[in-house]
Design a binder for this molecule. Sequence first.
Ligand code: NAD
Length: 468
Amino acid sequence: MPNRPSLHAVESSVCFVDVVHKLNDSFDTGKTQSLEWRKSQLKALENLLKDNQHDILQALKNDLGKCKTEAMVAEQGFLLSDIKHTLKHLGKWAKPRKVSTPMVAWPGKSFRKPEPLGTVLIIGAWNYPLQLLLAPYIAAIAAGNCAVLKPSELAEETSSLVAKLIPQYMDTSCVAVIEGGKDEATALLACKWDHIFYTGGEAVGKIVMNAAARHLTPVTLELGGKSPCFVDKDTNLTVTARRLVWGKWMNAGQTCIAPDYVIVEKDFEQKFIEAVKKELKKQYGKKPLLSRDYGNIINHRHLKRLESYLENVNVVYGGELDEARPAMAPTLVLEPSLDSPLMKEEIFGPILPIITVDNMDAGIKLVNSRPKPLALYAFSDKDSVLDNIISKTSSGSVCTNDTMLFMTNPELPFGGVGNSGMGSYHGQAGFDTFSHIKTIMKRSFALDVFFRYAPFSKFKLSLLKKFL
Ligand code: NAD
């Protein structure tokens, strides 16, 4: 069991030390070590998601105007398949793995044994408020941890639904939901955790890492950034436009791995724009703000932020607003200045800038002059073009000839690199994130080689060299 230092709380009106104490005490009983307990908790979470589908979809609709299909696929369904995959592989992931032992330690056996970390803090973001809170929780349970979940206060209804349902289904001695915003998050971060898993923006990511450093707590930071999308002129343009529109305007562009901007060659620009416009009309109609499949912007502050990006740029399509929803129509901007806020900040909304370059290598240079993105997309019929982009750029993930679909493969770890984050999860990567790999060597008293002990000699050293 972890040796627990005293817990501290900052001077704040809220303090969660007692909550953490209670979970630590449960962890210390050893109950979460058992695979049966972990499986029963995963099944309980599965039941929570299935039994409450209607309320979940309604909360997501109220928070983000999320349509039923998107909510089922990217939130509830995503989590259900994550649980299924985890239940199927948990035995294998959790099993101690025997590894070879060097001759000098014979007779002996060596193992790598995953063990839970303890009590972990999971801080979620608002754009996929259920998925981003519960997917790390699935991994935390699988690895045998207790957890505190802090949903995003901006997705209010989902937050209160999670706070209501978790105690109804889960073992409350091992999990707590703390609702709230900055004050609550600050007080939580002041406590001593065994791991902090944060999803959100870079600025708060730095606050989280700073707070974790005080206790030497390891962190996973799932951040964002500007994910570029290369479109080569030799591409199946109809399918490219269809898949790009799907990935960019799902959840009204408020997806951390949505294509942020597109890079095309100059002589291809108009053809590309026409194809995207055509596809936008197909998927969301001529009046997208009236489409029931098109999502809202999370709040008026974010709508204002997005509106400000359209000042002094060339809007070639869309740009309409619905203040009441609030929402912004799918918008295309041609050739914004690379120094404009639109091209400097993560857009996280339904605006797609189109940047033209002389050739793809110039596009690669542009991408490499900026912080490493969370995702990178490239469309081309030619493998040589795709391979060139993959090998010359660095990003959390790459997907060619599609957008966002790599998220559906639990065999692929998901996470950023550089400014887009650190650490990863999904499938076994999540289990590993919430585990410590304890190394175990079991020796016997038989055979005790004399040459490892002093007094040393040249002869002993030569034997040691051979055996090591
Ligand atoms: P955010 O940084 O505003 O908030 C995220 C969480 O941090 C919330 O739970 C919030 O309560 C908490 N928080 C806010 N202020 C805090 C403070 N001062 N101290 C401690 N905690 C605080 O981020 P956001 O606006 O919710 O999310 C948008 C960003 O998140 C984008 O950059 C996006 O790319 C990124 N994101 C990344 C992923 C991913 O999986 N990598 C997923 C979704 C969003």
